[in-house]
Design a protein around this ligand. Structure first.
Ligand code: ADP
Length: 552
């Protein structure tokens, strides 16, 4: 027997329809790439998204065509997204922080036909376009006045192009499992892999992300997604915000402390989200100026582990609730969030910060387990670590073109490549990427735990821990530190600071100070590059030279 409820396919344009109908006057504010702050509304944004859809169809695009974007978070980028999805074409967000050759590789792999690009990245596109034969058209997200000279034959100013459509258009209808978007994972090893979102997965993810114990956003919120749309759908906020009718504030290309502070303050932002490096810049700005955050209620921190000192500052000094979140491009991207179940609701002080160090628990729609090397589920005891596996309606079941098939098993579990443990209340804590974990004397040492501890020292701006070859223990931890301006903390000072806070055999064998730690395009520490850089590093107590010990 079948239910007798209506078929109402979960299509992304229904989100913007809803926002326009119920929250039509709500503002979408952007720091434009041209400079000034510009304002529009959900009603106007929907109208322009319809124009985009109509104009794209007129140019010959339709179901399944990949339409790339290389752009910051702005209202124009958002309307281009919804317009693209509204004809069943597939938005493909490109990360401008990748190398030009990587971008060309990704565009060729996805066979992008059209590209929306911000003025900032036009020189980059001029360089790579000749290497992407599928690319027919480049639409520059600006008006005729600001349109620069370009060597691209097929480039047009967005406002001119859009002005040729009147918006008298009906969204196209298709099945909810139709592809809506694409995003390639950064691919720190091997080639990047394409994740393909569906309309159904995007809509479900937006609902899941908005739930009270997930991000917990509402029409009364003012949301500033600092996390870019090219970084896994702005963690779902590009869809959750219109779905709940929240005012949106889009930061454009400026993510430095003063620029973010300006928006937080002038637009009275209540909710924001970004990677730790962005919050380091903001906190530094607040410290230097003595400014406070009177409007901000919640900050979501994820993409890499939120240092304890950062959570402490936001919560204790500025009165902002920290939600530590974990996810992946493959998960649309939210996997878990550290909001408090009643079991942990009464915690305060250090005990509360201990829980905030964990990446939280999955919302409805994400199943999670930790397994050993034989694929046996491990106990939820908060200490037994293993490989973290997930499944759910907004989790990938394959990569585009069939790459990485070994990460998906027959029961639908996706192997995240992360190492984690889960506690008795379901809270998960990432201890490492499987490829970064340090194997010392047959036991595992979590590099993330050590990094978090090290950045708690007042002289440390950033820290990374890697395994260095050791003749007796296979690998031992090396702590790499970027000191705060003017500070030169010694090895002894740092190690004695860490002593007693972790098992003795976890303590790094050595410390080096550097000016800079390399980061990936999504803001993560490039451990591979560091391992390469310190391959020959000689640990103080390693009596045999490491390379010799490996038989090299
Ligand atoms: P995103 O770009 O959304 O961060 P990626 O797919 O680039 O997603 O990277 C996902 C990886 O980032 C995860 O597998 C995990 O290793 C790391 N990561 C994400 N959030 C956290 C977090 N809160 N703590 C530690 N690692 C994290």
């Amino acid at each position: 027997m079948l239910g007798l409820m209506q078929e109402w396919p979960l299509l992304c344009h229904k989100i913007v329809d809803y926002a326009a109908a119920q929250h039509g006057a709500r503002e979408v504010v952007s720091r434009s790439v041209e400079g000034p702050i510009v304002r529009t509304t959900y009603a106007a944004l929907r109208g322009r998204a319809l124009q985009v859809a109509q104009r794209l169809e007129r140019d010959g695009y339709g179901l399944g065509d990949r339409i790339a974007t290389l752009a910051w978070n702005t209202a124009r980028h958002l309307e281009a997204w919804y317009g693209t999805m509204g004809i069943g074409a597939v938005y493909h967000t490109l990360n401008p922080r990748l190398f030009p050759e990587q971008l060309a590789w990704i565009m060729n792999h996805a066979e992008d036909r059209c590209l929306f690009v911000d003025l900032t990245f036009l020189p980059l596109v001029e360089k790579i376009a000749p290497q992407v034969p599928s690319l027919r058209q480049v639409i520059v997200l600006t008006d005729a006045q600001s349109m620069p000279e370009t060597s691209l034959a097929n480039a047009v100013a967005y406002e001119t192009w859009l002005g040729e459509a009147d918006g008298d258009f009906a969204w196209r209808q298709f099945e909810e499992n139709t592809a809506a978007g694409m995003c390639y994972t950064s691919g720190t090893t091997g080639d990047p892999k394409g994740v393909v979102y569906s309309h159904r997965s995007n809509v479900l993810h937006a609902m899941i992300a908005a739930l009270p114990d997930a991000m917990g956003v509402s029409s009364r919120d003012v949301i500033l997604p600092v996390v870019p749309m090219f970084h896994a759908n702005a963690w779902g906020l590009a869809q959750s915000a219109p779905m709940v009718g929240a005012k949106l504030v889009m930061p454009g290309g400026k993510m430095d402390g003063p620029s973010i502070y300006e928006l937080l303050d002038s637009e009275k932002v209540t909710f924001t989200a970004a990677v730790p490096t962005v919050w380091l810049m903001l906190l530094q700005h607040l410290e230097e100026t003595g400014k406070t955050l009177p409007h901000l209620k919640k900050v979501v921190i994820g993409g890499s582990a939120c240092p304890r000192a950062m959570a402490e500052k936001f919560e204790r000094v500025y009165g902002v609730e920290v939600i530590h979140a974990w996810g992946m491009t493959e998960m649309s991207p939210l996997g878990s969030l550290g909001t408090m179940k009643p079991e942990y609701a009464g915690l305060e002080g250090e005990a509360l910060l201990d829980i905030k160090q964990k990446q939280g628990y999955p919302p409805f729609g994400v199943e999670m387990k930790v397994t050993d090397d034989e694929n046996r589920a491990q106990p939820w005891d908060g200490k037994t670590f293993g490989r973290l596996k997930v499944r759910g309606p907004a989790v990938s079941r394959a990569y585009y073109g069939g790459a990485g098939a070994e990460q998906f098993d027959d029961e639908g579990w996706f192997d995240t490549g992360d190492v984690a443990h889960i506690d008795a209340h379901g809270y998960m804590q990432i201890t490492d990427r499987a490829k970064d974990v340090i194997k010392s004397g047959g036991e595992w040492i979590s590099t993330i735990d050590l990094e978090n501890l090290a950045v708690g020292h007042p002289d440390v701006a950033e820290a990374a821990v890697i395994g260095v070859a050791h003749p007796k223990w296979d690998e031992r931890p090396l702590l790499i530190v970027v000191p705060k301006p003017g500070a030169r903390p010694s090895r002894e000072v740092l190690l004695s600071f860490m002593q007693g806070k972790v098992a003795k055999w976890w303590l790094p064998d050595d410390v080096v100070l550097v000016d800079e730690i390399p980061h990936t395009a999504t803001g993560k520490i490039q451990k591979m590059a560091l391992r390469e850089q310190f391959r020959e590093h000689r640990l103080p107590d390693a009596e045999v030279e490491p390379r010799a010990a490996r038989g090299a």
